[in-house]
Ligand binder design. Structure first.
Ligand code: TRP
Length: 71
């Protein structure tokens, strides 16, 4: 795992949820961050977080490219 890798999420509407899921055999939500329109979150994958779920309209940038969750 490259812990220096980070991703950017920009909310396109109020109430976008960025949900962190735990690493390891027990996959569960461990954190939910609510973003309002135009708010930006910059985050990394860590020893605690192996997956992220984005709920709502947002643009997500990673080293693999950019994707929007509204199309
Ligand atoms: N305490 C969490 C961690 O170190 C914080 C975190 C990092 C996080 N990346 C995240 C929370 C992505 C939600 C989504 O893993």
């Amino acid at each position: 795992m490259d812990k220096t890798d980070f991703f950017v999420i920009k909310a396109l509407e109020d109430g976008v949820n960025v949900i962190g899921l735990t690493r390891g055999s027990d996959t569960r939500f461990h954190h939910s961050e609510k973003l309002d329109r135009n708010e930006v979150m910059i985050a990394q994958f860590t020893e605690h977080t192996s997956a992220v779920k984005v709920r709502g309209k947002a643009v997500i940038q990673t080293s693999h490219g950019e994707i929007s969750s509204d199309s």
